[in-house]
Design a protein around this ligand. Sequence first.
Ligand code: ARG
Length: 250
Amino acid sequence: MKKAFLALTALALLTTAQARTWDTIKQSGTIKIATEGAFPPFNILEGKKLTGFEVELAEALARELGLKVEWTTQPFDNLLIGLNQDRYDFVIASHGITPQRAKAVDFARPHYCTGGAIVAKPGGPMTAADLAGKTVAVQVGTTYLENVRKVAGVGDIKTFPKDTDAQAALMSGRVDAWVGDKFTGIDLVKAQKGKLKQGALLFKESIAMAVKKGNNSLLKELNSALDKSLNNGTYAKISGQYFGQDIRCR
Ligand code: ARG
């Protein structure tokens, strides 16, 4: 009897748990943000310090909103699940806006535009057609996986929990190509000094922050803080630091 009652209360607590609205967040003075922390140069955990373009951008938005930040890092594949369990207020982790994800969460306006590009060793596959029969490494749960699957005749697709592990598989020759973010690829090719080449863009995508579905009050504040940063030079400054250019959608 007692047990059944406890189980029911726990269930009630679970099902009544709700996303924090803007008023609640504002009152608490702290916004809870989640990212992966393994996706350079967008979100990287360096020792104990979280940095990267998206981390700095999110902190600038929080400052604009008058809030302190509490960060959580999660494997990429868990981020949107945790959002729907109300473990944090929003996610910023380079999620491309896709129809499927848009069914599960609500996206802010995009904070950058990019695409998925092929990277291989010189002489390796550089175009979608070249990927026929080739082994490709991608991070699991990503738009890279979704789009590589669509490539006609593609060989084996190897998935990795972390994007950096998918890159390592290319470097060590376990795969013929890696498909990942265009800007990540530029940095990777530079760092590998002639050992890798960037090929064609397989697809384009717009990247946005996600809130729990229906959390309109928070979405509105995030969008207006992002708009401000795009207009007052804050965004351009952070983007310039990381990419030497402004990567906003145009
Ligand atoms: N842009 C890709 C996607 O939407 C990859 C994002 C990966 N992000 C990360 N933090 N590892 O799926």
